[in-house]
Each structure stands twice: as C-alpha cells, then as structure tokens.
Design a protein around this ligand. Structure first.
Ligand code: IVH
Length: 676
C-alpha cells in the first residue's frame, strides 16, 4: 500500500506540473517549456493512468475530454439571472449613462472598468470547493443548458481553482466563450473542404461547437474563454470592486481579458472605448463593443438592475461591420482538394476602415439559399475579420432581367465533369491531375509553415505547372537554374535563389513534410503529433488505422484519411521519389542515446507495464521507438515483448498466458545495445 501512496503522490505531482504548464500556455500565453516537453509530460501521466485507472481523479488534466455522446442537454436554472446589457450607440449615450447614475446617487464619484465586449456566448461555471462541477449556457438568462462536458474540454478553463477561491463551498464564475478569428477561418476552410456548410461568423461557430452532442467532437473545436464576473458564492465573497474581482480571478487561474482598463472619469472611458474600437481588428477575437462597468461593488448594489440589465453597466457598440454594394461577377476557383468555391466580385466598398471587393459565396447551397445573382445589390459583412460574406440580397433593387446562378457542371480549369457527393454541399473536380489542384498543392507544400520554400509564389508555380515542368512535389527537386531562368519574371539570380530554397527544404523533417503533403484532415498539428509518435514516414506508413485512431487528438476520421493517403499508389510513388531526391523522411528523436540509423528493434512491438527502476515510461518508449520498435497499450498475440517493472498489473499475467517474453529494465537495455 505504501507503493500506492507513493504512486498517488507521483501522479499528483505530475498533474500539478501539467496544470502549471497549461496555465502558462493556455491562460497566460507564455509557455516556459517546449511543446514536445509538454507532450512528454502529458503522455507520461496518460500512460500511468492507463496502467492504474483506479487512481484517476476527475480534475486530472487527462480528463478534459469525455467519452459518451449526449442525447440532449439538461436545463439549468441560474442561481441569479444572467442579465443582458443596455446599449450605448455613441459617445453621447455614454455621457447620458453617467448622468443617469449621478441622478440616482448625487454628490458621489466612482471609477469605471472598461472591457472589450466579446461576441461569443455567455456561460456560467459552477465550482464546488474549487473543482469545476457544472457549466451552463446563458440560455434566456434564467434557464440555460448544461454543457459541462463540452466546457471541460476548453483548456483555458481551470478544472480546479487555485488560492482562496478554491476554499468556497460553491462559486459561480461567468464569462464568454469564443472562437479565435484565425481558428474560425481555419475551421471554415476545413468544413468547406469536407463538403459541409461553413459558419457565418465566429460567434455562430462557437455556439454550434459548444452545443455538439459528441463532446469529443466539441473538444476538437478551437474554443477559448474570457472570464469576467463572479456570480453566486457560498459563503459570499467580499470584494470591494470589480477590478479586484478580475485580479482575484486571474490569481485563481482563470483567463481574464488583458485589454481591461480602470478609468477615473467618463472622459477616460470614452477615450478607451474609442481606442478599443480602433484596435478591434488587431485582436484575435471578435469584439462588437466595449462594456463599461461601475467599479465599486457597493455602488453596483445600490444602482441595482432592471428586469433586463444592470443599471451600473452599459455596452458601447462599435460601428457595424456591414455595408451595401453590388455583385459585379461570380467566379469559381478550384482548391487543393478539387473543391469548387464560388466568389463574388464586388463593387469596392468601405467597411469599418477596409476596402472590400470580394466576398466568399462558400458553395452552391449557400448561393441558392440566399439566391445571390450577378448584378444584385447585397449586404456584405466582415465576419470576424475573415473573408467578407454576403449576408443577404436587397431584393427591391434586383434588375428585371436577372437570372439565377447555376454552378458549372465542368471544372472551369480542366473541363472534367464535376461531381457532388450525396450529403455534401461542395462540388469537386475529381481530376487529381487538374492543373488548378496541382498548383494549389504545390503552393501549400512550399508554404512557410510546411516546407518553407522561399520565393515559390503563384507567378512561379503557375508557370511550372503550365509548362509541365512540375507535376508532383518530387519534380521540384530536379529543377535547375537554366530551366528556371527561362521562366518569365525570374532572372538568373532569383532562379539560383529558388534552387537553393528548394534544396534547403530537403532538411525540414517529417512533421513539416507531412503537413506539406496536404493529407486531408491532417493539418500542421496532426502532422507534428504523427511525426513525434512515429519518427519516420516508414513507421507511419506501416501503422494500422486502429493504432492511429488511438492516439490522443487523432481519432478515426483522421486515421482513416492518413491510411487512405498512404495506400494510394501515386502517393507511395511520390514518397519514393522524394526519398531518392534526398528529402528527409524522418524526424530526429528527442532525448535518445541510440545512434541515429540503428534500427535494432525494427518492427518489434512492445508493451510497458509497471514502473521501471530508472527509466520513466516516456524515456523507455522513446528508446524503443528510436530503435525502430513500437509501443502499444495492450498485450495481444502480436506483442513481441512486455517490459515489466514494479506493480505490473494484469498485462503481466496476460503476457504469461500468451507466453510472451517478459523483460525487466536491464534486459531491455541489453536488447537495445545488442546489435546497436
Ligand atoms: S458583463 C450583468 N462583460 O454580453 C453584466 N458581458 O449583451 C452582464 N459579454 O450576456 C455581463 N463580453 O454574454 C459582460 N466583458 C463582458 C462581456 C459581456 C461579452 C456578453 C455577455 C452578456 C452580453 C450582454
């Protein structure tokens, strides 16, 4: 039992370290260790908990994402209603707001806190003795929906509070869930690529994601939160002012908005509201205004609230992000996966400081639903600063001779008949050799975050493909200066630079290569997870889909897609040609003593159980994978060795039953050195 005790302590210490680093990364945006080191800690905890499931605690960092699919969401009545805010449409209305307050309590001065008004979803988090017990949507303000499972998956929500707030019997914390703009743009691209309907704006995307019944799906959506208020508390909290509340929340580990300001006067409030509006486009979240709150909690109580909104707070609304303009033309572009995306060319119009001349029309369904036609007058919106969208048509202005839009039945680039799979909203060009697709794939391959080939922009790629100099990635590595110097707009010197840039890309390593290959569903993050796990493309290509699907954050859809990619003859051939061209197909293994290239355990399958005397589970795993072996979680007939330490558990018996060799740490080390 003493061992159990020690093990529990070790688990808790690991959890604390992970919580600390989650805070640094997700809340403070100041990571102090590398992603790889963090992943290693997380994997170590996961492996130990897999081994000793009885020691898992609900507030463990591994327990954010739950298993079951909900049938619906239960209703939750809020202890105190979640009110909405009164609006101030201009600065004059802010002065009137102060005058109203002065009439209610004359001869008194107060300060204000100004915060961005996040265009997301209000939620209430209930903590019991510091542990997250329940989370709910605002709903109609009185009754919301219980979405605890989905909220737990938001990494910046603490599963456990720190400091004095953790001692309260019950405490409700309120805030706003949102989807960062960049993440929103990427989610929409992904949805469009998958043939699904994109979201109109980050707010809808956040709402849709929070209300997914499958919490694992919801966990994959990039949601974040800012917390801004204490609700009901038992025993009651005693804070003199709102500014202090926000600091207390931050100390408890909650993410609070960094752009908050304490103001001495309404003039200062106005100044801050205006400067927030001027900065709104630089923020990675959609803010539709600024919230102005009286700082003193005692005064807040005296001002009170109407049935709808508190009298001590007001929302200063930013200028609308909409404008009216005309559709000049509708054109179709073909993406990397063959998706046909319609775009509207617009008569240029200014929206909140930017000139807009194009808008995404997403897909055929969207166009039909809104019945958008050439020459229509339309309302255009900048949604979360991404590609502007057509909100609706102003039908009164429609010309008499207008005709409905029809999607082409042939690819506008290669004339292949397009197809639209049942249940999907996107029409695709099925021709993988379509020049438009090749161009997009090459641009992606050479993009900064993939193989980073400097100087390989659209003008060059267009010519390379049009002149049939390049038809797949591997062709790039056979280009020479004389060939490139023949291209338009490419002098000898730039041709030399491009050849050198292509040459340097050979060394980028597996993660960037996988990203660059553009496997569906496998973006940058998935690529680096796969690279960290398999170290070489050969290991990855051999991995069964079930094994891939078991990896944290991968799941069956990605697993299937990766396997499908590598099963295609064309792709395998490209990879062989990349290999011949000297492109690096592996990723260096961190913290390993094994000499590079020694694959003494190639193809061997290991299972680890119990705690080893000197190696951590991760170190053991890294040594084995560095030597070409694989570590899986359950003992089957396919297992070659079981490495057992102290307290080995049922896997040991299973190994005995199946007569699989059982090694201790020493024998593992010997095996590793044997042929190495
Ligand atoms: S304070 C009683 N602060 O705006 C005070 N609300 O239109 C009400 N919101 O329901 C909440 N950012 O969901 C507050 N910094 C912020 C906010 C914020 C966004 C939302 C909130 C509220 C809605 C009111």
């Amino acid at each position: 039992m003493a061992d159990r005790e020690a093990l529990s302590q070790r688990l808790e210490a690991l959890r604390d370290r992970i919580r600390f680093h989650q805070q640094q990364y997700f809340v403070k945006d100041q990571p102090t260790i590398s992603d790889a080191e963090y992943d290693a800690l997380f994997r170590e905890l996961k492996a130990l908990e897999d081994e000793y499931p009885e020691l898992i605690t609900p507030d463990s960092p591994t327990q954010r994402v739950g298993g079951a699919v909900a049938e619906g969401f239960a209703s939750v009545e809020h202890a105190t209603p979640m009110l909405s805010l009164d609006n101030a449409m201009n600065t004059e209305a802010l002065r009137e707001f102060e005058e109203r307050l002065q009439r209610l309590i004359p001869d008194q001065r107060w300060r204000y806190v100004v915060e961005p008004k996040i265009d997301g979803l209000g939620v209430a988090l209930l903590y019991e003795r510091g542990v997250l017990a329940r989370g709910a949507t605002r709903g109609d303000g009185r009754v919301g929906e219980e979405i605890t499972q989905n909220l737990r998956a938001i990494n910046s929500i603490p599963l456990r509070l720190k400091g004095p707030l953790a001692d309260l019997q019950r405490l409700e914390i309120r805030g706003e869930v949102y989807m960062p703009k960049k993440a929103f743009a990427q989610l929409n691209r992904q949805l469009e690529e998958d043939g699904q309907n994109p979201f109109a704006n980050p707010r809808n995307a956040a709402a849709g994601s929070l209300r997914l019944l499958d919490s694992r799906e919801s966990a994959r959506r990039p949601l974040d939160i800012f917390l801004y208020n204490l609700g009901y508390a038992e025993p009651n909290h005693t804070h003199a002012n709102h500014w202090e509340v926000l600091q207390t929340l931050a100390d408890a580990g909650c993410k609070i908005n960094p752009s908050i300001t304490l103001c001495d006067s309404i003039d200062e409030v106005i100044h801050i509201c205006q400067s927030l509006e001027a900065q709104r486009h630089d923020l990675d979240y959609d803010a539709d205004g600024a919230v102005v709150k009286v700082d003193s909690i005692a005064l807040q109580a005296r001002f009170g609230a109407t049935a709808h909104h508190p009298r001590w707070a007001i929302a200063f609304k930013f200028a609308a992000q909409q404008a009216t303009t005309r559709v000049l033309d509708m054109s179709i572009s073909v993406g990397r996966t063959g998706a046909l995306t319609p775009t509207a060319d617009l008569e240029p119009v200014h929206i909140a400081g930017v000139t807009v001349s194009r808008a995404s029309l997403h897909n055929e369904d969207e166009i039909q639903r809104k019945d958008i036609r050439v020459n229509d007058t339309v309302v255009v919106e900048r949604a979360g600063d991404v590609i502007p969208q057509v909100v609706r048509v102003v039908l009164d202005e429609r010309p008499a001779d207008s005709v409905p839009f029809v999607m082409p039945i042939q690819c506008p680039i290669c004339q292949t008949a397009v197809y639209r799979p049942a249940g999907e909203a996107v029409a695709r060009c099925p021709n993988a050799a379509c020049p438009a697709q090749i161009k997009e794939r090459l641009l992606h391959y050479g993009s900064r975050r993939a193989m980073d080939i400097d100087g390989m922009g659209t003008a060059i790629v267009d010519q390379l493909v049009d002149r049939e100099l390049v038809t797949d990635f591997a062709d790039l590595y056979h280009l020479d200066v004389p060939t490139l110097a023949e291209l338009e707009r490419l002098a000898e010197k730039s041709a030399g630079n491009l050849v050198a840039a292509i040459d340097r890309s050979r060394e980028r390593g597996l993660a960037r290569l996988l990203h660059g290959l553009g496997i569906r569903h496998a973006g940058e993050r998935v690529a680096s997870i796969l690279a960290a796990r398999y170290h070489s493309i050969d290991n990855l290509m051999q991995a069964p889909a079930e094994e891939l699907a078991e990896i944290n954050d991968i799941g069956p859809v990605i697993a299937e897609s990766v396997q499908q990619f590598f099963s295609q003859e064309d792709n395998r051939r490209t990879i062989e040609r990349l290999r011949t061209a000297g492109v690096k197909l592996d990723e260096p293994v961190a913290k390993s003593d094994a000499a590079p290239g020694t694959q003494t355990l190639a193809g061997k399958v290991f299972v680890l159980t119990g705690s080893l005397p000197t190696l951590t589970r991760n170190q053991a795993r890294d040594l084995i994978t560095a030597a070409g072996g694989r570590v899986t979680s359950s003992v089957t007939r396919k297992t070659d060795y079981v490495v057992a330490g102290q307290d080995p558990g049922s896997k040991y018996q299973q190994a005995e039953r199946l007569a699989i060799p059982i090694l201790d740490e020493d024998s593992l080390q010997q095996l590793l050195q044997a042929e190495g």
